[in-house]
Design a protein around this ligand. Structure first.
Ligand SMILES: Nc1ncnc2c1ncn2[C@@H]1O[C@H](COP(=O)(O)OP(=O)(O)OP(=O)(O)O)[C@@H](O)[C@H]1O
Length: 273
């Protein structure tokens, strides 16, 4: 469990990025920070692994203040996946994945073996291990980024807009992979996005943020959709546009669910009684 207690971050130039932020992030679930550009999402994420230090307030992991931990050690014990993969361009894929375990003292050979296994985990062919990042597609680079984030077998995985730079089809694939990974690996995931659909798809807990990382609403996707806490939330999640209002339509092949713009969103199937 990660707990923010009245955390504020003011940057040296005076920008108040995060103001009095408090939140409990449950273990082994996915929490998504969603909000528009500049709302403080990245700053929140980076304060968890001390890439950014808070101006006031505390952040605890399993009851221990992160300030009490050695910053470098803390950072290496938490997985971090960033937009564009954040890969080292002059290192082969396998070495990109093995970097942190080697820094943590795992013998290079063992770290490389584990890196190959991680390529399997994220659905990449092992034949890509000897390529350089520039020789991969955007989606493959993102998968390497995820493998890299998982390399030290962290309990916590921070993901900062990891799929922002790939096309919608690859993005949808990576989202499904993330759901599968979360089911299989059971990590505490904190995910940042500005895309509310992605937030609802991936999040067990969704945190909608306004400027200054002020919480507009926190809850499960259905709690938020069923009862938006404010006009701001309603408009952010698209309730007022009716775009999420689904209705059924009978077709020759069965009953389908159609959204407000007439697009088919799914098929109704008979579940177990
Ligand atoms: N090093 C810095 N110095 C000064 N201001 C900063 C710094 N880093 C971020 N900020 C400011 O803090 C605010 C929050 O930034 P942050 O990157 O956390 O937002 P975000 O929600 O992640 O935005 P985006 O979706 O665009 O990445 C913004 O106003 C930003 O300009």
């Amino acid at each position: 469990m990660i707990e923010f207690r009245s955390v504020t971050k003011r940057f040296p130039d005076g920008t108040l990025a995060v103001e009095e932020f408090s939140l409990v992030i449950p273990a082994r679930k996915t929490t998504v920070f969603v909000g528009s550009s500049g709302s403080g999402k990245t700053t929140l994420l980076r304060m968890i692994n001390r890439m950014v230090e808070p101006s006031s307030g505390t952040i605890e992991i399993d009851g221990e203040d992160v300030q009490a931990r050695d910053a470098v050690q803390l950072r290496r014990s938490i997985g971090y996946v960033m937009q564009n993969g954040g890969l080292l361009p002059h290192h082969k894929v396998i070495d990109n994945v093995a970097t942190v375990p080697v820094l943590n003292g795992v013998p290079r050979r063992r770290a490389r073996e584990q890196a190959l296994e991680l390529l399997d985990t994220v659905g990449l062919d092992r034949s890509l291990a000897d390529r350089y990042p520039s020789q991969l597609s955007g989606g493959q680079q993102q998968r390497v980024g995820v493998a890299r984030g998982l390399a030290a077998d962290p309990n916590i995985l921070l993901m900062d807009e990891p799929f922002g730079a790939v096309d919608p089809i690859v993005r949808a694939e990576l989202q499904q992979e993330t759901i599968r990974l979360q089911r299989d690996l059971d990590k505490t995931v904190v995910f940042v996005t500005h895309d509310i659909d992605e937030a609802f798809l991936l999040g067990d807990q969704v945190v909608i943020l306004e400027t200054g990382a002020r919480i507009a609403q926190v809850g499960s996707p259905s709690e938020i959709l069923e009862a938006p806490a404010s006009e701001f939330v309603a408009s952010f999640v698209g309730v007022d546009r009716g775009s999420r209002a689904l209705h059924t339509k009978t077709t020759a092949s069965g009953t389908v669910l159609v959204d407000a713009s007439g697009r088919t969103q799914g098929v109704l199937v008979d579940g177990p009684a």
